[in-house]
Design a protein around this ligand. Structure first.
Ligand SMILES: Nc1ncnc2c1ncn2[C@@H]1O[C@H](COP(=O)(O)OP(=O)(O)OP(=O)(O)O)[C@@H](O)[C@H]1O
Ligand SMILES: [Mg+2]
Length: 280
């Protein structure tokens, strides 16, 4: 199916998920296109994991439609084309790094040769080759996370679903993961990731959905910023002072400044708080 911009990999349409009488997802509509990273941003309990679990076929929707890679999430052939990192998932400790990757590749239906080839390839890419014989239980938390990413990618998926991919990683490992995800995007992979980190969403995402049970807002990081920021931040370098100035007053304001200055939009952090507070 061809859409306005790209090929749509995931289409979630008016999705509802209830746990008994509790509504965790309310009428959620979203999509992910080829070569696009989409971030789901929201506080604890916002329904992010609930939503992605339905996308990778672990939970059934109460109401609404999910179309993924031209099929339904619970179909075996569709699951095999997805790569998933669930929240709070760890690789199997009693297997080596290499074996964790190999067995997951086999489970995803790859034949032996392809599995072996892909395992070597992914270990290279993720800089895990020199640790391939290490028992997974002996890896650090960050390396376990990196291995999990490898396990999600070993079947060369078209759509990758990452539930808080960088939680618990140190800043350097986090940046490594970011670079890896950006290089996958360049290969045309689509990604749906959940995160609490605004800087992560800002750095990685083409589009952001603010979720708090329902979608509160959607757009590119800069659209979100524009939509929710009545004020710009003006930094006057000659005095080191920061001012918050309304958009229509910016011109007059900076005309009065003498030295170097910078005008920028507020951070997503501030916007996030504003959006969530307005909703509750
Ligand atoms: N199996 C379940 N039974 C009943 N309620 C559940 C179940 N799973 C999740 N919930 C509730 O649904 C809501 C959404 O949970 P969910 O895990 O989807 O949130 P989240 O956005 O992923 O949060 P976090 O950022 O903490 O991971 C929460 O209030 C949670 O307690
Ligand atoms: Mg979650």
């Amino acid at each position: 199916m061809l859409y306005k911009f790209d090929v749509m990999l995931l289409n979630v349409n008016h999705l509802w998920k209830k746990y008994k009488n509790f509504v965790a997802n309310e009428d959620v509509t979203l999509h992910v296109d080829e070569g696009e990273i989409v971030a789901l941003l929201g506080p604890n309990g916002a329904g992010k994991t609930t939503l992605v679990k339905q996308v990778y076929g672990e939970l059934y929707p109460t109401k609404g439609e999910i179309e993924v890679l031209g099929g339904k999430p619970w179909e075996g052939k569709i699951k095999r084309k997805m790569g998933v990192i669930p929240q709070e998932c760890v690789p199997y400790g009693d297997l080596t790094v290499e074996d964790n990757l190999y067995y997951i590749a086999r489970i995803k239906g790859l034949d032996r040769n392809t599995a072996q080839r892909n395992v070597q390839d992914i270990m290279e890419k993720l800089d895990l080759s020199k640790r391939k014989k290490v028992m997974t239980r002996d890896l650090s938390g960050g390396l376990k996370r990196r291995l999990l990413i490898g396990m999600a990618l070993v079947n060369s998926p078209s759509l990758i679903i990452l539930d808080e991919p960088t939680t618990g990683l140190d800043p350097e490992a986090r940046r490594d993961v970011w670079n890896l995800l950006l290089s996958l995007k360049e290969q045309g992979k689509g990604m749906l990731l959940t995160t609490h980190y605004l800087d992560e969403a800002e750095r990685l995402a083409d589009r952001i959905y603010f979720l708090n049970r329902k979608v509160i807002s959607e757009g590119t990081p800069s659209q979100i910023k524009e939509k929710f920021s009545a004020y710009y931040e003006v930094i006057d370098y000659s005095t080191g002072k920061t001012y918050y100035v309304k958009e229509d007053e910016i011109k007059d304001f900076v005309a009065k400044l003498n030295g170097r200055f910078e005008v920028r939009l507020p951070s997503l952090e501030e916007i996030y708080l504003k959006v969530i507070n307005n909703d509750s």
